[in-house]
Design a protein around this ligand. Structure first.
Ligand code: NOJ
Ligand code: CA
Length: 690
């Protein structure tokens, strides 16, 4: 760690008080952060990018419930600064190495009224983003304390275009809205959404993060949080009078926000800015703000592709409960999935509905519905484990808690031991419904700690985790690299929803919003787009082309990618399925080639285990021509490009399953032109020729 001297400390003398201001530039000089304690004692910061003010002076502070006091008038006590420049290697991800370079500024301040509580605010300025957090050091005036509200302002000051979902304490499974800030109406937007299990909406002017803004002069601003631990998720209250946001935290069952003990800190508040949309997608600030892993053994962690006894239930071919005569998770059926996975080199098979309790799982808010160790009598888990092993495949466990989370906590050790005994090393968890018995919220401090306890405990059993209905991710997969993915947004299963479903543009927005925090179990790979196969009354359809489904394996990054459709729906299209069979789930490098939120994106990634590159591009409801330079390929080398494209007559409404496959030799000096159909896409494998 080296100290840097770029900090300018200016003391502006007035007759009675001093205003103290500091500023720091990012190493490439594009970002300028200013921090000051005003003569009135207000601690505020502002942020500029390429000479344009992106965040106007915005105040920082807290309301405490216990001790009952406000932290909003400060005196600057001291300042620390440092410069860090290092590289680190994630266990898996989009890059083999990540550069962690930032300038740090820590302001130690003290409340000027009684009690004189000490707080520090730590700012880290990267080349691709800003992070700051509050720290409460050990002190005689503060040991155990209760937070009533965090009062962090982000005054953007202009009526930007916003990509937002309604503020909600319990769910993030909304469609994104694209409106001017002046047109944000969260309650009205949420009213259109009739297919979400549990909602706790906040107000008409409250939105969730990750939030993306775009200014009229072409700046992209992404607001989120990093390293959300032992603290509730934050939401942002919009004030339309001056286009400012103020934080509001998800409460607990009795209305408090956070229970902390010094020394304590908040998550990092992150603001990423760029004049290029591609740079927002390439930012590693959020990961860099998370702690390195403390896991000594990470050898059990393996990115994987998996099939699943899952879509059958969602499209009505089968059902979760044994009762009713449509039980999908029976030994014979699961054997077929194991055979399918083995034939196509998939690592795992997820099985839902394997355990007793599904007759009573939803809507009754009961504590002991599931014990996570009792299979239905028609499901021979020992036999299937051995059968899977003999084929080089592993079963993936499903733990639907039905919101009874204390029940799950009591049974977790037994459940993970049961997985160990059966050679199962991945669990998909789920939190459908109200969190009982206390009525905590999905995104409150108690549940945030629960998700972390699951990741930590699963790690001690050598188990990887994929959490559904969880809080928005904040880069914690760096610290818990067995926490492979989360749902935490609207994924494929919403194609079944009779009202809004998934719009063509949704998948051009989530990389800029939800995915900023970490991988999503979106469950791509749908080849059969009409969802009335087993229930003729269904009107729902998947609103993408088949090539777009292939492209998702690149544009929606996850180390845990589902091959989601029914095996029989891939039959007859195995030439297109070849891309799914080939595509890796762990990458040495990533290049964002082209992107515009809500419209399109194109990403190239290099396989970690070979010299091959892969490319995926998707478009919204408009057809689009994309010409992409191949300058990411190694110069002087020849590659065979296998191109999985929309057929000439493909169209998400009229002809979604039409595709064409072509091959051509290419090198790094070439450019490829693609025609994407309406809600279409393209997927390419670049195979190095030797
Ligand atoms: C919701 C999950 O997102 C989905 O994938 C799962 O099948 C159901 N809950 C049942 O647990
Ligand atoms: Ca879900």
């Amino acid at each position: 760690m080296t100290r840097f001297i770029a900090v300018v400390l200016a003391l502006f003398a007035s007759s009675t008080v001093l205003s103290q201001s500091l500023s720091v530039k990012s190493t490439d000089s594009r970002y300028l952060l200013k921090v000051e304690v005003t003569p009135a004692g207000i601690l505020q910061y502002s942020l500029s990018f390429l000479g344009k003010q992106v965040v106007q002076p915005s105040a920082l502070g807290f309301d405490l419930e216990k001790p009952k006091t406000k932290l909003n008038r400060f005196k600057l006590e001291s300042v620390d600064s440092s410069y860090i420049n290092q590289n680190w290697a994630p266990i898996w991800g989009e890059y083999a190495t990540i550069k962690n370079e930032y300038k740090e500024l820590v302001l130690h301040v003290k409340q000027t009224t009684n009690p004189a509580i000490q707080v520090a605010v730590r700012f880290r300025l990267f080349k691709d983003g800003l992070g700051f957090r509050y720290e409460f050091p050990s002190q005689t005036n503060l040991s155990h304390f209760v937070v009533k509200e965090e009062n962090t302002q982000i005054v953007v000051g202009k009526n930007h275009t916003a990509f937002w979902i309604p503020g909600d304490y319990d769910t993030n499974e909304y469609l994104y809205n694209t409106t001017k800030l002046s047109e944000v109406h969260a309650l009205a937007a949420a009213k259109k959404e009739k297919d979400i299990a549990v909602t706790s909406l906040v107000s008409d002017q409250t939105v969730q993060t990750p939030l993306l803004l775009k200014s009229a002069d072409g700046l992209y601003i992404s607001i989120h949080e990093a390293a959300l631990r032992n603290y509730p998720a934050w939401l942002l209250n919009l004030n339309k009078a001056n286009f400012s946001f103020e934080s509001t935290l998800v409460p607990d069952a009795v209305g408090n926000k956070a229970y902390l003990q010094t020394p304590a800190n908040t998550p990092w508040r992150t603001i990423l800015v760029s004049n290029k949309a591609t740079e927002i997608l390439a930012s590693t600030t959020i990961l860099n703000l998370n702690e390195p892993t403390a896991f000594e053994n990470t050898s059990f962690i393996k990115p994987q592709k998996f099939a699943g006894m899952w879509w059958e239930m969602h499209v009505g071919k089968a059902n979760w409960p044994l009762a009713g005569g449509k039980h999908g998770a029976n030994t014979e059926n699961v054997k077929k999935y194991i055979d399918f996975a083995a034939a196509h080199k998939l690592d795992g098979v997820l099985v839902e509905g394997w355990n007793q309790g599904w007759e009573d799982w939803f809507g009754n808010w009961k504590e002991n519905v599931f014990d996570f160790v009792s299979p239905y009598p028609d499901y021979d888990i020992q036999y299937l484990t051995k059968y899977a092993q003999s084929k080089g495949v592993r079963l993936i466990m499903h733990h639907e808690t039905s919101g009874a989370v204390t029940n799950y906590e009591r049974r977790m050790d037994t459940a993970y031991r049961f997985m160990n005994l059966n050679g199962i090393n991945t669990v998909k968890t789920g939190y459908v419904g109200k969190i009982i018995p206390r009525g905590e919220h999905h995104d409150g401090q108690w549940m945030v700690n629960h998700y972390e306890r699951v990741a930590a405990k699963a790690g001690t059993y050598g188990i990887m985790v994929d959490a559904h209905e969880s809080v928005h991710p904040t880069g914690l997969h760096r610290t818990f690299p067995n926490w492979m993915a989360n749902e935490a947004a609207r994924g494929t299963e919403f194609n079944n929803a009779p009202t809004l479903g998934i719009t063509p543009e949704h998948t051009t927005i989530i990389p800029f919003t939800r995915l900023m925090g970490g991988p999503m179990d979106f469950t791509p790979g749908m080849f059969h787009m009409k969802l009335n196969q087993f229930d003729p009354s269904r009107k729902t359809v998947i609103r993408t082309t088949l090539a777009k489904q292939l492209a998702f394996y690149i544009t929606i990054y996850s180390p845990l990618q589902m091959v989601s459709d029914l095996p029989e729906n891939y039959e007859g299209k195995m030439d297109a399925f070849q891309f799914i069979e080939d595509v890796p789930v762990d990458w040495a490098d990533t290049k964002i080639l082209a992107a515009e939120p809500g419209d399109y994106l194109a990403i190239a990634r290099k396989d970690k285990k070979s010299e091959d590159w892969y490319l995926g591009a998707v478009t919204d409801e408009n057809k689009r021509a994309l010409a992409l330079s191949l300058n990411f390929l190694s110069p002087g080398k020849k590659y065979e490009a296998i191109i999985y494209a929309d057929a000439d007559n493909a169209d998400f409404e009229k002809n979604p399953e039409a595709y064409k496959i072509s091959k051509q030799m290419v090198q790094s000096t070439d450019q490829l032109s693609f025609q994407l159909a309406r809600s279409g896409g393209v997927a390419v494998r670049f195979r190095l020729m030797d």
